[in-house]
Design a protein around this ligand. Structure first.
Ligand code: FAD
Length: 317
């Protein structure tokens, strides 16, 4: 079932979760043991992130180095299939432009279609850790809007090979990313919203936001989107904070603010357990306010903190 169908048919607040594939070599059982307790809340869908390959250097016996490409977290498509099989839940694989030729993307979409997956979240992806700016694959896409267009083309039965005629159509529901505090590369919010509107005009069905810790930035974003002629559902992305290191790490990685009041409470904590309690309470308060404003779904970035997310959802539903 499509994310937009879940939202349209909802009679009570919906929840969804986002997970990362395990690091290569680690067992999928870890994912299951994290998700098993959370399934009590009957999530409408579970997102699975996608991770591009990174360049790294391996030392040879003679002391010189080989440049090798390693995908540290493969398995997005397989995990989606495993989640559907184990939990009978809708999976939302993320697809990224970075590192992929259009042909590879098309083949991935065909795999997803054969697996009965109805949704994709279409993203650009970031530059690899060792590069400052995003560079597209020579045969790939530069912006997420182009990836949205490719999925729409396939939904209309248009494949990259133009001589494929009478081709089967896919029927993906397409999500895209939005940034209540602006994407860090955008010159200003107006321009960022302009490009977001292009993704919707190209055929995206809904938006999932970057995490935010101050609901006012999300409420303001809803207003801004409306003014920018964006009228699709905007799913809020939520993340629990559980330690002091995150107070500097999260803003540097995700380019988001952590409110002063929250920061002060975290700084008073003596242990990580205290921080976890403060982070849990903050997220519960955020969720209650969002529910009061009738958000379509609460989407949790579980990222290895299933217990905190469990406690939050238990407290609010
Ligand atoms: P785009 O929409 O392409 O925007 C990128 C930048 O370019 C923005 O500044 C935008 O304003 C600008 N822009 C857009 N279109 C144009 C245009 N036509 N001309 C000029 N400028 C333009 N990353 C991963 O690698 N894997 C994941 O699984 C993943 N999941 C994510 C899930 C969510 C909900 C979010 C919010 C982010 C996720 N990311 C993921 C991170 C994401 O890939 C990065 O934030 C990336 O830098 C931007 O992706 P985007 O899809 O928003 O890009």
């Amino acid at each position: 079932m499509k994310v937009t169908e879940h939202i349209a048919g909802a009679t009570k607040p919906l929840v969804s979760f986002e997970i990362l594939p395990p690091v290569k070599g680690k067992s999928i059982d870890n994912i299951f043991s994290n998700l098993d307790p959370l399934m009590e809340f009957k999530p409408s869908f579970i997102n699975v992130t996608y991770h591009r390959a990174e360049q790294t250097y391996k030392r040879r016996a003679d002391g010189s180095f080989d440049r090798v490409e390693i995908r540290k977290r493969p398995g997005t498509v397989g995990i989606c299939a495993a989640l559907m099989n184990r939990y009978r839940v809708d999976a939302v694989p993320h697809l990224i432009c970075g590192g992929f030729a259009k042909e590879e993307t098309e083949n991935a979409l065909i795999d997803l279609h054969y697996l009965g997956i109805d949704n994709v979240l279409a993203l650009r992806g970031d530059s690899p850790g060792n590069e400052k700016f995003f560079a597209p694959h020579p045969q790939g896409h530069r912006y997420a809007v182009e990836l949205v267009q490719q999925v729409v083309n396939l939904n209309e039965g248009h494949y990259l090979e133009e001589d494929i005629v009478d081709a089967g159509k896919t029927d993906f529901c397409i999500g895209v990313a939005g940034y209540p505090e602006k994407h860090f590369e955008a010159a200003n919010m107006e321009l960022d919203l302009h490009y977001l509107q292009q993704k919707i005009a190209a055929g995206a069905d809904y938006i999932t936001t970057q995490m935010f810790f101050n609901n006012n930035s999300y409420f303001k974003y809803l207003e801004n989107c409306k003014n920018a002629n964006i009228h699709v559902p905007i799913v809020p992305g939520l993340k629990p904070l559980t330690n002091k290191k995150q107070l500097s790490m999260i803003p540097s990685i995700f380019h988001v603010d952590i409110p002063q009041e929250f920061t002060n409470e975290m700084l008073k904590c003596k242990t990580d357990a205290d921080c976890e309690l403060v982070g849990t309470e903050w997220l519960i308060a955020q969720c209650r306010e969002l529910l009061a404003k009738k958000v379509p779904v609460l989407h949790f970035y579980t990222l290895g903190k299933p217990k905190v997310v469990y406690n939050v959802v238990k407290a609010i539903l």
